[in-house]
Ligand binder design. Structure first.
Ligand code: ADP
Ligand code: ADP
Length: 226
């Protein structure tokens, strides 16, 4: 069974133009899939349909065996990481990390344990009492990842998470994501327009063009075949 199964999925925003056109991807447990392709090719729309932030016009998405088409984002057992971090500015790092867990009624002791574990993994321990404004861009991005990690979801969905960072930080955060991926082995879908990011992170790349899959394969298959 695939961790995520995207079957004949299409998105029509209006008229008969398909922003995503009959896409099939079967994602194995623990696989890191990167969606690439030119601006407007449908990467973000496809990711948002998996996340439940956009309705699915046609087709079916299954996560951990369940059809999620009609489920709310919160019910889908996924955690999303955005480029703008989406942190709560008035909350401390600790409470930013804990917030999602508090909301779904996780016991306090377990919240503390999971937050501590994520903070350790992401080297955020010294900053737990700070507000986001007192953090660097890289630290904020780590908090955003921490919020996803503490939930222990079936899948991570990344929407260009590093595109707001400067070039140097992007390279180091790319390495951190790779490291976390090895350590956690969580099934992931990652959207980027950065080829190096795609090549470094992907088990398999999906190249979209005009809403359709143009190529799918390992970075070696996609970038090095004549
Ligand atoms: P990418 O993430 O690859 O840049 P998008 O998924 O954002 O591509 O967009 C795919 C297509 O869908 C584009 O033609 C875009 O203009 C269109 N689109 C995206 N969001 C909307 C929307 N909310 N309403 C109408 N059209 C949209
Ligand atoms: P709230 O207004 O949500 O209660 P608090 O700042 O009082 O926010 O913290 C909520 C809970 O998280 C409290 O039980 C607090 O003791 C705990 N907490 C806050 N910061 C830390 C931390 N750095 N380490 C462990 N627990 C913490």
């Amino acid at each position: 069974m695939s961790a995520i199964e995207i079957s004949k999925v299409s998105k029509i925003y209006s008229g008969d133009q398909r922003a995503v056109d009959s896409v099939d991807i079967a994602i194995a447990d623990g696989e890191f899939i990167v969606l690439v392709g030119p601006s407007g090719c449908g990467k973000s729309t496809l990711l948002r349909m998996v996340a439940g932030l956009e309705t699915i016009t046609e087709g079916e998405v299954k996560i951990a065996g369940n059809v999620v088409n009609r489920m709310d984002p919160a019910e889908r057992d996924i955690a999303m990481v955005f480029q703008n971090y989406a942190l709560y500015p008035h909350m401390t790092v600790y409470n930013n990390l804990a917030y999602g867990l508090k909301n779904c009624g996780t016991p306090k002791a377990e919240i503390a344990e999971r937050v501590a574990e994520a903070a350790r993994m992401l080297e955020l321990e010294p900053y737990l009492e700070r507000k986001p404004r007192a953090l660097s861009g890289g630290q904020r991005q780590r908090v955003a990842m921490g919020r996803a990690i503490v939930r222990k979801p079936a899948a991570f969905l990344f929407d260009e998470p590093l595109s707001n960072l400067d070039a140097k930080l992007r390279v180091s955060m790319r390495g951190e994501i790779k490291h976390l991926q090895k350590r956690l082995g969580t099934t992931s879908i990652y959207v980027t327009h950065d080829q190096l990011e795609a090549m470094t992170l992907a088990d398999r790349l999906v190249v979209l063009n005009g809403g359709r899959i143009e190529q799918i394969g390992t970075p070696l298959d996609v970038y090095h075949k004549p």
